[in-house]
Design a binder for this molecule. Structure first.
Ligand code: NAI
Length: 671
């Protein structure tokens, strides 16, 4: 490397090789990850000026940070935007700058290792070529939609042009990421290379400027059609895809992305103010602000456990049922050795079979990785792993005496500093803890079902729980990449104690004659991921009765229809019928009755649903709000923001509202 040109930049480093190739490394000052803040972009414009003056033969843009390529725009700056005009200027800054990058006379290449998100991917898309490094950490995405905004720095223009509109819209509307291999397959990257050859691969491609192999004729014709005559069809399909998940009123961004691609060539600045896809509409809707709030809440949960350097290697799980089996599988996926104990090998086998399926999905069919992960998950009917484990999690039947005797036994065998945790939902931690010689060792680590899907885990502090045990338990939850929420020991902790009264109120409405479909539709329209009656069916009617009793006390009477259904053995999804009939894992609702045709269940075209009565959603949500408030008042959860975080990540409570307490504070009611 010679002819180094060191400029006075804080964030960028430019080196020139004798070959004429220039390397530009981003190394954002005083930050662990690269983000495209205003000053980083301003300096980048200065770099382009320097390169314009003496154009290189080619330019490679890379990251000097081990944390990855570029994590995206600076979300702190974005959070501080105080007017639509300021938001517009922010979009304009990146749009113009990346257009300038795309138009330079010399070949450009982005060398992508690690995270390449949002604005980072838009920068890479403005380069002529992209090479991705084949490592598990390499992830590319345009996740703006998750913050309620649009990829306005060229993503909506360049991604559809590069990989075709169908694949591009799918990525932009979901915000999902792709790994290095998939990026290559999609045509998002020119090449996917191992780390040891990444620099030479980048050099060769940038200098040779060899264009990618042209697409096969059929694919080119399809792309031409999708960008031309079939554009409206592709857009309609994408709109329908978005509408299946969210409503435009609550989530304007995905619909705006489709409109901006279809009608404005991907240029958000081109949409007239007042249009429902304009930047004005998007930035003035509360959704973007609230989703940024949710992002910050998530960061706050992630920060728990940062004060612990606990790195458990071995986890022992007792109870291989619904919860224990999945907890064990998730720990194995995160690289830990897991011993899984139950009363017999036969009881462990189904959990291992379920884990194998999960590993196949998560490792996307990579047979070697699936095998390695399965090797880490060890059936242990005799419970020998308990003596070696760093964390022991109990997930056996909800029976106090059985749990007490198990813990007395576990304490005697465990390493002195092993974390002893229970996954109990409804028993008092204090009642279990007194079975231990040292009750301060017991902590609650309360997962939600289904464990692989739900991000929240409540870390429960009992009256006696030692602070260091709590720290380690929280650290462990972060190590398995879940979101820990510290809660005090109280019936139902946070999440179940707010869900219980909410589901009960929904069932009361049904009791009064409102159709389950209507109750569910009202809450789904509000933004809940699933209606409360369907949720009761999913959880199981027997569990709902037991939980209701535990939360409301023995005296409280569950709704008569609930008791009747349980009496008839109609327990919901698991038994094939509850408030709904269940076919192939899906609730059959009035209006979309099935008919049998040739042995297959088919859905009839649904009749238009009757209008939802005013105030129904508010009525069902009111007990949830009251219970959330009560948890804050009683100190079950640290503060109102943490309560919102817990309810959003534990129940899926409509994220666009910013959480139950936040939306009440803003509007005075949950709508
Ligand atoms: P489950 O009934 O599916 O599994 C319990 C397992 O524990 C069974 O396989 C049983 O053979 C085993 N077991 C019982 N006594 C044992 C012993 N002495 N030694 C070894 N294994 C023993 O139960 P599930 O649903 O997984 O619940 C387990 C715990 O997790 C309970 O405390 C429950 O409150 C809690 N929980 C359950 C949730 C759910 O949605 N199912 C959600 C969150 C927590």
């Amino acid at each position: 490397m010679s002819a180094n040109m060191q400029q006075d930049w804080k964030h960028w480093r430019l080196r020139r090789e004798e070959t004429g190739l220039a390397w530009l490394d981003l190394d954002k000052a005083e930050a662990s990850a690269n983000v495209l803040s205003a000053d980083v972009l301003a300096e980048f414009a200065g770099v382009l000026d320097v390169l314009d003056a003496v154009p290189p033969k080619a330019l490679v843009i890379a990251s000097a940070k081990p944390a990855g390529f570029i994590a995206g725009a600076d979300i702190e700056e974005f959070s501080r935007l105080d007017s639509v005009l300021a938001a517009r200027m922010l979009v304009e800054r990146g749009w113009l700058l990346f257009n300038r990058l795309a138009a330079v006379s010399y070949p450009t290449l982005a060398l992508i290792r690690g995270h390449c998100m949002g604005g980072g991917l838009e920068l890479a898309l403005a380069c002529r070529h992209r090479i991705v490094v084949d490592e598990p950490g390499t992830k590319l995405a345009l996740p703006e939609v998750m913050l309620g905004i649009v990829p306005g720095w060229g993503g909506m223009l360049r991604l559809p042009a590069l990989i075709g509109p169908a694949a591009a819209l799918d990525l932009m509307l979901t915000g999902k990421s792709v790994d290095a291999k998939k990026a290559k397959r999609l045509g998002l990257a020119d090449d996917c290379v191992p780390p040891r050859v990444m620099e030479s691969a980048a050099r060769i491609l940038a200098l040779s400027g060899v264009a990618k192999k042209p697409l096969p004729f059929k694919e080119r014709a399809l792309r031409w059609a999708m960008n031309g005559p079939a554009r409206a069809k592709v857009a309609d399909k994408a709109r329908a895809q978005a509408a299946r998940k969210v409503g435009r009123e609550n989530y304007p961004a995905p619909f705006a992305i489709v409109d901006i691609w279809e009608r404005h060539g991907g240029n958000a600045l081109d949409v007239p103010a007042g249009d429902r896809s304009s930047l004005d509409t998007i930035f003035s809707s509360p959704t973007a602000r609230n989703l940024v709030r949710v992002f910050h809440l998530q960061e706050r949960l992630k920060a728990f456990g940062k004060d612990s350097d606990f790195t458990p290697r071995h986890v022992h799980v007792v109870g291989a049922g619904v919860m224990g089996g999945d907890i064990a599988a998730v720990c194995a996926l995160r690289g830990m050795t897991v011993t899984l104990q139950d009363q017999s090998v036969e009881r462990i086998a189904p959990a291992i079979a379920r884990a194998a399926k999960l590993f196949e999905r998560r490792h996307k069919g990579d047979a070697r990785q699936v095998r390695f992960t399965l090797d880490r998950l060890i059936p242990d009917p005799k419970g020998e792993g308990a003596a070696r484990a760093d964390v022991i999690i109990e997930a056996i039947f909800e029976n106090l005496e059985v749990k007490r005797s198990l813990f007395a036994e576990l304490e005697a065998r465990a390493k002195p500093d092993a974390v002893l945790a229970t996954n109990t939902s409804s028993l008092r931690l204090e009642d279990i803890a007194t079975a231990l010689k040292d009750p301060s060792r017991l902590v609650g680590i309360h997962f939600f079902n289904p464990v692989p899907m739900l991000p929240l885990v409540e870390v429960v502090q009992g009256e006696a729980t030692d602070a260091e045990v709590l720290r380690r338990a929280t650290g462990f939850v972060r190590r398995i990449d879940k979101l820990p929420l510290p809660v005090k020991s109280a019936p139902g902790f946070l999440v179940n104690s707010v869900l219980g009264p909410y589901m009960l109120e929904a069932l009361r409405c049904v009791e009064e004659g409102v159709a389950p479909e209507m109750v569910d539709a009202a809450l789904v329209a509000f933004g809940m991921p699933m209606g409360p009656v369907e949720l009761v069916d999913t959880v199981g009617l027997d569990i709902a009765v037991a939980a209701g009793k535990a939360l409301a006390g023995e005296g409280a009477e569950p709704p008569a229809r609930l008791l009747k259904l349980v009496g008839e053995g109609k327990l919901g999804r698991k038994s094939g019928e509850g408030y709904y009939r269940w076919v192939d894992g899906k609730a059959v609702k009035a209006g979309d009755e099935d008919e049998r045709k040739g042995g297959l269940w088919r859905k009839r075209r649904p009749a238009p649903p009757p209008p939802i009565p005013a105030g129904l959603a508010e009525r069902v949500l009111a007990p949830l709000l009251a219970a959330t408030r009560r948890c804050v008042e009683l100190g079950v959860v640290g503060d109102a923001d943490l309560a919102d975080a817990g309810v959003i990540f534990g129940t899926g409570f409509a994220p666009h509202t910013g959480g139950p307490l936040h939306c009440c504070k803003v509007k005075g009611r949950p709508e």
